[in-house]
Design a protein around this ligand. Structure first.
Ligand SMILES: [Zn+2]
Length: 239
């Protein structure tokens, strides 16, 4: 029964995303507008030498981040977005050899460079959380203080995840602190989506499940699509 309900919820999201995409197309009537849909830089956190957080059962964060991002990528492309992936396989983006610290610095710099090279993009980074106690659970979005739009983007994604997947999640979006390199230095509206806690057994079981990963991807894409459609309406009313 739960599965059926989840499938229905899934279908609803697909329909609403398609409806938003369709109404956008119809309103503006030209296919040229589709090509004006913004670029989304999808950043699967960590990769290669950098596994990220590791769960008690050995599950490594980087693999789940990538799985969710790949699912997001195809849904976003289907909706007419231009997508740039910071990585598409289990590698970091660093272009130096040497110590872990040196490679990590290069890796962060290269992810940041993609923002600098794509000034009209939005940046969505996917990560998983881990905490010292197992009770903490649920997704939470962090945003860069550098752009007001990042707050709107963050809120849109957070509420999409809560509405679709985590109705008991009371977390609110949070400004990234200075230790979050990519958010601190972001040159486009940027958010980090912490999809759940590897230290919580229920979150862990969900995050390892491919179907749940698809639902999480749908929720993130729904948030991005909603953010963009509100922005389009605002722009439209100004013209
Ligand atoms: Zn991470």
């Amino acid at each position: 029964m739960k599965r059926v309900l989840m499938s229905l919820a899934f279908l609803c999201v697909m329909c609403s995303i398609a409806a938003i995409a369709f109404s956008h197309t119809e309103k503006n009537q030209t296919s040229a507008d589709i090509s004006q849909r913004p670029t989304v830089i999808l950043d699967a956190g960590h990769g290669g030498f950098d596994g990220g957080a590791v769960a008690g059962d050995g599950t490594v964060e980087k693999d789940i981040n990538l799985a969710i991002c790949k699912k997001c990528e195809s849904m976003l492309r289907f909706n007419g977005f231009n997508v740039i992936m910071t990585r598409t396989d289990d590698t970091g983006t660093e272009d130096v050899e040497g110590s872990i610290a040196k490679r990590k610095k290069s890796d962060m710099q290269n992810r940041l460079n993609l923002m600098k090279e794509n000034t009209d993009a939005i940046f969505v980074s996917v990560h998983l959380n881990k905490f010292t106690t197992s009770a903490a659970r649920g997704a939470q979005v962090f945003y860069t203080p550098n752009f007001d739009a990042a707050v709107d983007l963050g809120e849109s994604i957070q509420s999409s995840i809560v509405n679709l997947l985590q109705p008991d999640n009371t977390r609110v979006i949070k400004m990234g602190n200075s230790s979050t390199y990519l958010l601190k230095n972001a040159t486009v509206p940027a958010v980090i989506v912490e999809c759940g806690f590897l230290s919580n057994s229920q979150d862990l079981a969900n995050l390892k499940n491919s179907e749940y990963q698809s639902q999480m991807a749908f929720a993130i894409v729904g948030g991005i699509t909603e953010f963009e459609s509100v922005k389009d309406e605002e722009n439209g009313s100004e013209n």
